[in-house]
Design a binder for this molecule. Structure first.
Ligand code: NAI
Ligand code: MG
Length: 366
C-alpha cells in the first residue's frame, strides 16, 4: 500500500529536457514503488515553445501555479532561436528567487567506471554549495548612451549579510555531516568591497559550527587545484558566479557534464525546491535519442532525499552506477546505448533487486 505521495511539478522544458525527464521519471516511479511511496507528476508545457506562442516562457501566474507542489522537477531550457536572457530570466531565475531557493547544491563524485578527466582522481567526492539568489547575478545596473560612443554598462554585485550567512551556515552544517572541511571561494585581493565582506561573514558564521575547518582560497588558485587535486575538497561554498563556474569545471573533471545533478533548495521548506541536471538543452544532440539521462536521474535522487526518502535515493544512484559499471553507457561516456536503452537497463536493475527491508520515514514540508 502506498502511504506517501509526492505532488511534483514537471517542467521538461527544451531540447534534451524532453528526453531525459521522461527517462528519469520512469526510474523514479520504479524506485518509489519499491519503497512504498508514489509520485503524482503534473506536467507544465512551459519553455521556448510557450515563448514562441505567447511571448513568455510561462504564464503570468506561473509562480502561483508552482507554489502548491512538493517539489519542481526541471529538465533544461534554452533554444538557439531565443536569447538566453529570455529563457533564463523568464523561467529559471524567477523560480529560484520567488521560492527563495538560496542554495544551489551540486554534488560532484567520480562514478564507477566513468573515466575522470584528471589523472589519478578516481575518488572525487565533493559538494559545491553555490549562493543562488544574489551576488553577481543581480538586476541592479543598466546601460547609458546606447549606440553612442559614450555607451557604458554597469552591473552591481549585491551581497547581503543574511544572504551570505545562510549559505555559509548551510555549507558548514553539511560539512559537519561529511569530512568537516569548508573551502570558501573568494577573490578579496582584487574585488575589494564585496569579497572581504563575504570572507568576514563566512568566517564569523563558521566559527559557531563545531568540528568544521574553514579554508579560504582565491578562486583562481582554487580552480587550478580542482583540476590538479580534486580529491582534497569536501564542501566548497561560493558566490553565484564563482559557484557556477567551479561546478562546471568540477563536473567535467569528474567525467561528463551529462551526469552532474543540481538541487535549488529552499532549506526552510516554506516553498518548493527545484531539482535539475547541471547541463542545458543540448540542441546539438536534441531529438536523436542519445542524451545521457544520468544527470536527470541523479537530480531525481536528490529530490527523493529532500522529500525524506534517502533509502530510495541511494538505491537509484546505486542502480545507474551498476549499469554504467556493467558497460551500458551513452555516447558521451564512450558507449553506444541510447537514452531509452540505458533507462530500460536501470529500471530492470531496480526491478531485479530484492525488496527493501525498511522504508524511509516521510518528512513533511513545513
Ligand atoms: P549544454 O549543457 O546544453 O551542452 C554542452 C555540451 O554537452 C553539448 O555538446 C551537449 O551535447 C553536451 N551534453 C549536455 N548534456 C548532455 C547529456 N545529458 N548527454 C550527452 N551530452 C550532453 O550547454 P550549452 O550548449 O552551452 O547550452 C545549450 C542551451 O542550454 C543554451 O540555450 C543554454 O542557455 C541552455 N542552458 C540551460 C541550462 C538550464 O536549463 N539550467 C543550463 C545550461 C545551459
Ligand atoms: Mg552553469
Amino acid at each position: 500500500m502506498t502511504s506517501r505521495r509526492y505532488d511534483i511539478a514537471v517542467l521538461a522544458g527544451d531540447g534534451i529536457g524532453q528526453e531525459v525527464v521522461p527517462a528519469a521519471i520512469a526510474c523514479l516511479d520504479v524506485v518509489a514503488e519499491r519503497h512504498g511511496c508514489a509520485f503524482d507528476w503534473r506536467p507544465y508545457p512551459w519553455g521556448s515553445d510557450h515563448f514562441r506562442q505567447h511571448g513568455r516562457m510561462m504564464p503570468t501566474d506561473g509562480i502561483d501555479q508552482l507554489r502548491r507542489h512538493d517539489a519542481i522537477f526541471l529538465g533544461a531550457v534554452g533554444d538557439p532561436e531565443i536569447p538566453d536572457t529570455e529563457t533564463l530570466w523568464g523561467l529559471l531565475i524567477p523560480i529560484r528567487r520567488h521560492f527563495d531557493q538560496y542554495v544551489n547544491l551540486r554534488p560532484v563524485r567520480s562514478l564507477a567506471s566513468v573515466p575522470t578527466r584528471v589523472v589519478d582522481a578516481d575518488d572525487i567526492d565533493l559538494v559545491i554549495v553555490r549562493e543562488n539568489v544574489e551576488g553577481e547575478y543581480s538586476t541592479v545596473g543598466g546601460r547609458i548612451y546606447p549606440g553612442d560612443d559614450r555607451e557604458a554598462a554597469v552591473q552591481q554585485t549585491i551581497f547581503t549579510r543574511i544572504g551570505v550567512e545562510r549559505v555559509a551556515r548551510f555549507a558548514g552544517e553539511l560539512a559537519a555531516r561529511r569530512r568537516g572541511l569548508v573551502t570558501s571561494a573568494t577573490k578579496s585581493n582584487g574585488i575589494i568591497h564585496t569579497m572581504p565582506f563575504w570572507d568576514e561573514v563566512v568566517e564569523r558564521t563558521l566559527r559557531d559550527i563545531p568540528g568544521v575547518r574553514l579554508h579560504k582560497e582565491l578562486v583562481d588558485a582554487l580552480a587550478a587545484k580542482l583540476v590538479r587535486d580534486p580529491m582534497s575538497f569536501d564542501v566548497i561554498v561560493a558566490s553565484n558566479l564563482f559557484g557556477d563556474i567551479l561546478s562546471d569545471l568540477a563536473s567535467a573533471a569528474a567525467g561528463s557534464i551529462g551526469v552532474a545533478p543540481s538541487a535549488n533548495l529552499n532549506p526552510e521548506r516554506v516553498f518548493p525546491s527545484m531539482f535539475e541536471p547541471v547541463h542545458g538543452s543540448a540542441p546539438d544532440i536534441a531529438g536523436q535519442g542519445v542524451a545521457n539521462p544520468v544527470g536527470q536521474m541523479w537530480a531525481g535522487a536528490l529530490m527523493l532525499e529532500h522529500l525524506g526518502e534517502p533509502a530510495a535515493a541511494a538505491e537509484l544512484v546505486a542502480a545507474f552506477e551498476a549499469c554504467l559499471a556493467a558497460g551500458v553507457r551513452t555516447r558521451d561516456l564512450g558507449g553506444t546505448a541510447g537514452t531509452q536503452e540505458f533507462t530500460n537497463a536501470v529500471a530492470a536493475h531496480l526491478r531485479a533487486l530484492p525488496a527493501p527491508l525498511v522504508t524511509s520515514p516521510a518528512r513533511s514540508r513545513a
